[in-house]
Write a protein that binds this ligand. Structure first.
Ligand code: ZN
Length: 89
Protein backbone atom coordinates (compact mmCIF):
# COMPACT_ATOMS: atom_id res chain seq x y z
CA UNK A 1 0.00 0.00 0.00
CA UNK A 2 1.13 3.53 -0.77
CA UNK A 3 0.12 6.86 0.69
CA UNK A 4 1.02 10.33 -0.54
CA UNK A 5 2.38 12.91 1.86
CA UNK A 6 2.87 16.36 0.32
CA UNK A 7 3.55 14.76 -3.06
CA UNK A 8 5.96 12.17 -1.67
CA UNK A 9 5.02 8.55 -2.18
CA UNK A 10 5.39 6.53 1.05
CA UNK A 11 5.26 2.75 1.07
CA UNK A 12 3.35 1.30 4.04
CA UNK A 13 5.13 -1.80 5.33
CA UNK A 14 3.75 -4.13 7.99
CA UNK A 15 6.40 -5.41 10.39
CA UNK A 16 6.66 -7.38 13.60
CA UNK A 17 8.21 -4.54 15.66
CA UNK A 18 6.36 -2.88 18.50
CA UNK A 19 8.31 0.43 18.24
CA UNK A 20 9.05 0.89 21.91
CA UNK A 21 8.90 4.67 21.78
CA UNK A 22 5.96 4.55 24.17
CA UNK A 23 2.97 2.30 24.74
CA UNK A 24 0.78 4.21 22.28
CA UNK A 25 3.24 3.98 19.38
CA UNK A 26 2.46 1.32 16.81
CA UNK A 27 4.23 2.79 13.84
CA UNK A 28 7.25 4.65 12.63
CA UNK A 29 7.98 6.89 9.66
CA UNK A 30 11.28 7.05 7.80
CA UNK A 31 11.48 10.35 5.90
CA UNK A 32 14.66 9.43 4.04
CA UNK A 33 13.46 6.06 2.76
CA UNK A 34 9.86 7.32 2.47
CA UNK A 35 8.49 4.32 4.30
CA UNK A 36 5.85 4.02 7.03
CA UNK A 37 6.27 0.93 9.21
CA UNK A 38 3.27 -0.34 11.13
CA UNK A 39 2.86 -3.19 13.58
CA UNK A 40 1.31 -6.05 11.62
CA UNK A 41 -0.46 -7.48 14.67
CA UNK A 42 -2.89 -4.58 14.97
CA UNK A 43 -6.59 -4.69 14.13
CA UNK A 44 -7.60 -3.15 10.79
CA UNK A 45 -8.94 -0.11 12.64
CA UNK A 46 -5.73 0.39 14.62
CA UNK A 47 -3.72 0.09 11.41
CA UNK A 48 -5.76 2.88 9.81
CA UNK A 49 -5.33 5.02 12.90
CA UNK A 50 -1.59 4.35 13.00
CA UNK A 51 -1.12 5.19 9.32
CA UNK A 52 -2.94 8.50 9.83
CA UNK A 53 -0.80 9.22 12.90
CA UNK A 54 2.40 8.62 10.93
CA UNK A 55 1.04 10.67 8.01
CA UNK A 56 0.52 13.61 10.37
CA UNK A 57 4.20 13.30 11.39
CA UNK A 58 5.08 13.28 7.69
CA UNK A 59 2.90 16.26 6.79
CA UNK A 60 4.42 18.32 9.61
CA UNK A 61 7.93 17.30 8.55
CA UNK A 62 7.35 18.17 4.90
CA UNK A 63 5.84 21.58 5.65
CA UNK A 64 8.82 22.45 7.82
CA UNK A 65 7.07 22.05 11.18
CA UNK A 66 9.51 19.48 12.51
CA UNK A 67 9.23 20.86 16.03
CA UNK A 68 5.47 20.24 16.03
CA UNK A 69 6.12 16.75 14.69
CA UNK A 70 8.10 15.97 17.88
CA UNK A 71 5.04 16.84 19.99
CA UNK A 72 3.39 13.42 20.26
CA UNK A 73 0.34 14.75 22.08
CA UNK A 74 -0.26 17.30 19.32
CA UNK A 75 0.26 14.69 16.59
CA UNK A 76 -2.06 12.21 18.28
CA UNK A 77 -4.80 14.81 18.84
CA UNK A 78 -4.65 15.88 15.20
CA UNK A 79 -4.60 12.27 13.99
CA UNK A 80 -7.63 11.44 16.15
CA UNK A 81 -9.53 14.45 14.80
CA UNK A 82 -8.81 13.42 11.21
CA UNK A 83 -9.63 9.77 11.90
CA UNK A 84 -12.97 10.70 13.50
CA UNK A 85 -13.76 12.72 10.37
CA UNK A 86 -13.31 9.59 8.26
CA UNK A 87 -15.50 7.53 10.56
CA UNK A 88 -18.31 10.10 10.60
CA UNK A 89 -18.11 10.84 6.88
ZN1 ZN B 1 3.99 9.61 16.79
Amino acid sequence: MKVYICGHSYEVVEVEDTFDVDSTHFGQIDYKKEVIYINKNLTAEMKEETIIHEMVHGILFHIGQDEKSQDEQFVQALANAIYMGFKLG
